[in-house]
Design a protein around this ligand. Structure first.
Ligand code: FEO
Ligand code: CA
Ligand code: CA
Ligand code: CA
Length: 609
């Protein structure tokens, strides 16, 4: 441990500087290996990646685009069955399934011939649309740690792609509802594909949860022409408009004039079993429909499962789900029903530091026919409208919401909200035109290690305010640490928290999305959540220009940190033909490629300390 102003620092790595260039950066004494890149083959029979020869069929057998959330799901060496919970209990940190989201595609950086990011979304060819659909969704890849570090296991029977066309079940209270029925699916119970897969979570029974966030951009059509006025409002709320990209020209269900209910089948959380490659994913309508960042769980034996999530849009809400049934560690088949039956709540943050969970239950309070809710399916399909009517607190873009197992408190990443007006401030969202974001701490009732996450109320406080602690404008000034910002170096501050992870010691690792506007790369910052250096960050990793870091995920032993570098070289006028840079290959024949890195210490000890 090192001393910092007389305070014990358990994060002993050598902090890196804030920079802005075409490389990635990490502390001395560490390795950062490129583990998986867009286009890497997941099965034998595929050649090395040659982007100009890519076909939709081949993309379905390769790692997808714009990697985001990462879940490391251990594989127990001695167990071959598909029972996830058995594998998870092994805590094997040398072999596992890396489950990786692919949030969205960028045709102007994937294909030759598109001029710039603004025109590229128009007029993409049928083949390119099909490749994009195959490059979205999720990858499940077996990986193994050998003498030379982590390697993907090509052709593992577990390797699988889930794409924008994979068949999935619709489960929970909205399944089969009239508003989910389409020509292709008159039952309203089966949907093709998942898109906008941002962050997610994992369960102790061995499944993975992935979010559907910005799905609206994949749909084209004019909401004003929809006969049902309520659906028109609903579609507008998710950014569906005539000038959106043109998937609908070739896959007609993405045109709301052809299939007005299809958008109602997106905007959910998806659960799947990565240990069974034949299993059918399902959309959990019990967790509501909005621009899901992700949902993360708190599971205690013989208690209800609690899941926390955010709706990543300006003025949207923080949510919590409490299962009706109890978590039974030894009964995985019973646990499969935990997330389909229960109650969803939206958060109200009172200015005095108290908070309340407001239940979204049809028939209660304003959630009645008089306000256009026919049943619980309506409450779930129109979650945003329901939560607003209940009086939930509009937040500054809630991204990851995750609980630190060490202190049993829950942390809310609020990335930014330029639309926050000075006439609309509250203690939970205290800054007008919030450009730097902040992090809230939710403290459920009870003592450390035994807090009641299913309680109707909680307490909360600000954990940190993003931004430069020395900013001239006091409204933009960051606030870190218990007394002052002097506990951090000049590189220790950041802005725009997005994803978060906790290492096995309980340190918080924050991934950012937006720091380039402050003059330096996005990256990772690590800090304690307890003790004298609480909320005093140190800078650990920096991205190549244009990119953000997503999905920080530790191996169970804390010795590997997996991160996803999303949208490298995403900048004005940067295209496939003339990219800003060609990270990570720096090969003139290859474009920039979103990639997953495995970071570890050269001496093999735990990352961070
Ligand atoms: Fe896809 Fe909320 O970041
Ligand atoms: Ca993103
Ligand atoms: Ca995100
Ligand atoms: Ca983001």
């Amino acid at each position: 441990n090192t001393e910092k102003n007389g305070k014990q620092q358990s994060l002993t790595f050598n902090e890196i500087p804030q920079t802005l260039d075409f490389a990635h950066h990490f502390p001395v004494g560490y390795r950062a290996d490129i583990l998986l890149r867009w286009g890497d083959p997941l099965h034998h029979g595929e050649n090395n990646f040659e982007p100009e020869k890519l076909t939709p069929k081949s993309q379905q057998r390769r790692f997808g685009y714009n990697n985001d959330f990462i879940a490391f799901m251990p594989l127990a060496p001695e167990v071959l069955s598909a029972q996830g919970h058995i594998h998870l209990r092994s805590k094997n940190s040398h072999r596992g399934l890396l489950c990786v989201n692919h949030e969205y595609t960028q045709p102007h950086l994937m294909f030759s011939g598109y001029n710039n990011e603004y025109s590229a979304t128009q007029g993409v060819t049928a083949d390119h649309v099909a490749i994009e659909q195959a490059a979205c969704g999720h990858s499940i890849v077996e990986i193994e740690k050998g003498k030379d570090g982590w390697q993907p296991v090509t052709d593992s029977p577990y390797n699988r792609r889930i794409t924008a066309t994979t068949a999935m079940e619709i489960a929970g209270p909205a399944a089969g509802d009239a508003r989910l029925k389409t020509h292709q699916d008159p039952s309203g119970t089966e949907v093709l594909g998942t898109i906008g897969n941002c962050a997610g979570g994992k369960t102790p029974w061995g499944t993975v949860l992935i979010a559907e966030e910005g799905f609206g951009g994949a749909f084209q059509g004019n909401p004003e022409l929809i006969e049902d006025a309520r659906e028109a409002v609903n579609h507008r709320l998710f950014g569906i408009k005539a000038e959106n990209r043109n998937w609908g020209d070739y896959d007609r269900r993405f045109d709301i004039q052809v299939e007005p209910n299809e958008p109602n089948r997106f905007g959910w959380m998806v659960e799947f079993d990565p240990y069974d490659p034949q299993s059918k994913p399902r959309k959990l309508t019990s967790l509501g429909r909005f621009e899901h960042e992700g949902f993360t769980l708190v599971c205690k034996p013989e208690q209800p499962v609690v899941a926390y999530g955010g709706d990543d849009d300006e003025g949207q809400f923080v949510y919590r789900f409490v299962s009706q049934h109890h978590y039974q560690p030894d009964n995985p088949s019973a646990n499969w029903q935990l997330l389909t039956e229960g109650t969803l709540y939206a958060a109200r943050f009172a200015d005095d530091g108290n908070g309340q969970w407001l239940p979204l239950i049809y028939g209660q309070g304003p959630l009645t026919a008089a306000n256009g809710f026919r049943n619980q399916a309506d409450v779930m399909i129109d979650t945003r409208r329901a939560a607003a009517m209940l009086g939930a607190t509009p937040m500054d873009r809630p991204e990851d919401v995750e609980t630190n197992p060490h202190n049993d408190c829950t942390y809310v990443m609020l990335t930014k909200n330029k639309k926050r007006g000075s006439d609309n401030l509250d203690a939970a969202n205290p800054r007008a035109r919030n450009i730097a974001g902040h992090i809230l701490e939710i403290v459920p009732p009870g003592v450390k290690g035994n807090r009641d996450h299913s309680s109707a109320s909680f307490q909360w406080q600000q954990f940190l305010l993003g931004g430069n602690p020395n900013a001239e404008n006091p409204a933009e000034r960051g606030a870190y640490g218990q007394q002052s910002h002097y506990d951090i170096s000049s590189h220790g501050w950041f802005a725009n928290p997005d994803n978060v992870a906790f290492d096995p010691k309980g340190n918080m690792w924050v991934a950012t999305d937006g720091c380039e506007r402050f003059g330096f790369h996005d990256g990772l910052w690590a800090m304690a959540t307890e003790g004298p250096l609480r909320a005093a960050p140190k800078h650990f990793f920096g991205c190549p220009r244009g990119a953000e870091v997503c999905g920080p995920e530790f191996s169970p032993d804390g010795k590997t940190l997996f991160i996803a570098i999303q949208h490298p070289a995403d900048a004005r006028n940067s295209t496939y033909d003339q990219p800003l840079h060609r990270w990570p290959d720096n090969d003139p024949k290859l474009p920039p490629r979103p990639s997953v890195l495995a970071i570890y210490r050269e001496d093999g000890k735990e990352v961070g300390s």
